[in-house]
Design a protein around this ligand. Structure first.
Ligand code: BDR
Ligand code: CA
Length: 313
């Protein structure tokens, strides 16, 4: 039987790749896609969700819902240098008018999360690949409902490694550390996919030229355009030689639970201002709140095969 999933995202180039991977996975049924402020403002996130669904033309209509337009606290930060002003690196995709490919939930995303968690008790996996604001709002609204989720897989945090937005913090946790702290302390059955493991999976010039370009369809072209790959200098947008597949790896964790090795860890998220804002700290076992399943090593080649085969249609 397919696993029912909801994807909460802040599309974002790697979020878009994660959506492609999820919709093309034979193991998953994507019931809903919810948007949250993050890589780009919520208006652009929702446009990008519709663009990716237009590109995919899924054979069924997932629900989509607009979520939080700002973190629980603090100001708004976005990442145009990584994802471009529009969040999709200006990749050309036509957004279809009309709701042929999706259904729009009339209320806020947190309402859809709690409603679906109750509708499918112990069946739904929530994959959160943006800041955790919608999840925190869902817990505030109906913690009992949220606890009916079967699993929550979160891309976020830097546990035993440097951050990517500051030396200490990972982007999704940095944008809304209060939400991250509330979710990590909530008692939900969480699997965390932090930078420690997402930095093990990436695209580079060789993978693009030898394994992506030969696929030669609209999705492989989207990967090349959206990541801003330049065949002359072999660099991605922003001058990097690698493009990390953070969010697709979180989807990979649901497609194949054996893809990564995990440790049970108790974690704390720093919510006070200052240089360690948004940092994750390991607590001595037993002293912290709940322990989480934290992914620390990935089978890179196996993941890459899953990811690349999702581009084939
Ligand atoms: C995370 O931050 C975002 O920019 C990516 O989409 C990913 O979810 C990586 O730190
Ligand atoms: Ca993201």
């Amino acid at each position: 039987m397919k696993k029912k999933v909801i994807i909460d995202c802040d599309v974002g180039v790697d979020d878009a790749l994660a959506l492609i991977q999820a919709f093309h996975a034979a193991e998953l049924e994507v019931m809903a896609v919810t948007g949250v402020n993050g890589n780009v403002p919520i208006e652009k996130v929702m446009i990008n969700i519709e663009k990716v669904l237009s590109l995919l033309q899924a054979p069924y209509q997932p629900m989509i819902a607009r979520g939080a337009d700002r973190p629980l606290q603090e100001s708004l930060v976005h990442t145009p240098s990584v994802h471009g002003e529009d969040g999709l690196g200006r990749a050309e995709i036509k957004r279809r008018e009309g709701a042929e490919w999706w259904q729009t939930w009339p209320g806020p995303a947190d309402g859809l999360l709690t409603r679906m968690a109750r509708q499918y008790p112990n069946e739904l996996t929530l994959i959160a690949i943006g800041p955790l604001t919608n999840l925190a709002l869902g817990l505030r609204k109906d913690a009992e409902g949220m606890n009916k989720l079967r699993e929550v897989v979160i891309m976020g945090g830097a546990v035993r490694t440097r951050g990517n937005i500051t030396p200490y913090a990972e982007f999704n946790f940095f944008i809304d550390p209060l939400a991250a702290a509330k979710v990590l302390e909530s008692g939900l059955p969480i699997t965390l996919v932090p930078l420690d493991v997402t930095h093990q999976v990436f695209l580079n010039a060789q993978i693009i030229e030898e394994r992506v370009r030969p696929i030669n369809n609209s999705l492989s072209q989207f990967v090349i355009d959206a990541t801003g790959y330049n065949p002359v200098n072999h660099q991605f947008r922003g001058g990097s030689k690698t493009f990390y597949l953070h969010d697709p790896l979180a989807v990979g964790a649901v497609i194949d639970p054996d893809l990564m090795s995990k440790e049970k860890l108790a974690l704390h998220v720093e919510t006070e201002g200052g240089k360690r804002y948004g940092q994750v700290r390991e607590l001595t076992a037993g002293k912290g709140p709940q322990s989480l399943e934290v992914c620390l090593r990935a089978n890179k080649e196996k993941f890459l095969e899953i990811f690349l085969s999702s581009l084939e249609g």
